[in-house]
Write a protein that binds this ligand. Structure first.
Ligand SMILES: [Zn+2]
Length: 242
């Protein structure tokens, strides 16, 4: 669990393979843009990364409460490769059977592999062009990856095949999710609230201010990286299922 006291402790540094989707945070219940990414847990001194400790995959980090789940990156990549290979093989062995096709899609979604999903979505959409359930399923997956336009196409295809109350409800639910996303607070708004610095008369401390302990050449980096909180004892929560 990343934890910094008086500038010394552990902190995540760097974000790669970022995937974001809008959903309810399982910890605080806020409807937010949750992000998942590869990162490195560092030992930090005066908020600067000094020793890389381990590489991690962070899941669904909430910008409001900062909580998330995490798995060692190596384990995550190994599981992802094995699961995707197995799911794709099973789908290829029976390409006209909807169940393995759905399994392949859910595996790509579960492992945040947008590219793998997009690659399989084209043949699956064509094979099951008359299957409204599969079109809805693809719509949900495109929506998960934040591709509202492609999602909308799939939901409309589903409606063209079967315009029943169930299909209309699924499309309406998507439209509502999209509406909510448009009215979300700006991404990272909670993150940008810098901690109050009591020495500076209660003003919020920002990188680059006179009381910033970092050297000038480090300031640009501090503004880009998530900033550790400076209150003593403040903890950033992490629940790990590793
Ligand atoms: Zn939350």
């Amino acid at each position: 669990m990343p934890h910094v006291v008086n500038g010394i402790g552990t902190w995540y540094w760097g974000k790669n393979n970022i995937v974001a989707h809008t959903a309810r945070c399982e910890f605080c219940g806020a409807y937010q843009e949750l992000t998942s990414f590869d990162t490195t847990l560092y030992f930090v001194v005066f908020f600067l990364p000094v020793i890389p400790l381990k590489r991690k995959r962070v899941f669904d980090q909430c910008p409001s409460c900062k909580r998330h789940r995490a798995l060692p990156l190596k384990k995550w990549e190994q599981q992802k490769t094995e699961s995707l290979m197995k799911a794709v093989e099973e789908w290829q062995a029976a390409p006209n059977n909807p169940e393995p096709a759905k399994k392949a899609i859910t595996t790509a979604v579960a492992f945040h592999d947008k590219q793998a999903f997009e690659d399989m979505s084209v043949p699956i959409a064509q094979t099951f062009a008359r299957n409204s359930e599969m079109q809805l399923f693809l719509g949900d997956a495109f929506d998960h990856f934040g591709d509202a336009e492609a999602a909308d196409d799939r939901y409309r295809s589903a409606l063209a095949i079967r315009n029943d109350p169930k299909t209309r409800r699924r499309y309406a639910a998507f439209l509502l999710r999209r509406l909510r996303r448009i009215h979300l607070p700006p991404a990272g708004a909670a993150l940008r609230r810098a901690p109050v610095d009591r020495r500076a008369g209660g003003r919020r401390r920002r990188p680059g201010h006179g009381n910033d302990r970092a050297k000038p050449r480090d300031r640009h980096r501090l503004t880009r990286e998530p900033e550790p909180r400076r209150h003593e004892g403040t903890k950033i929560h992490e629940d790990s299922f590793s």
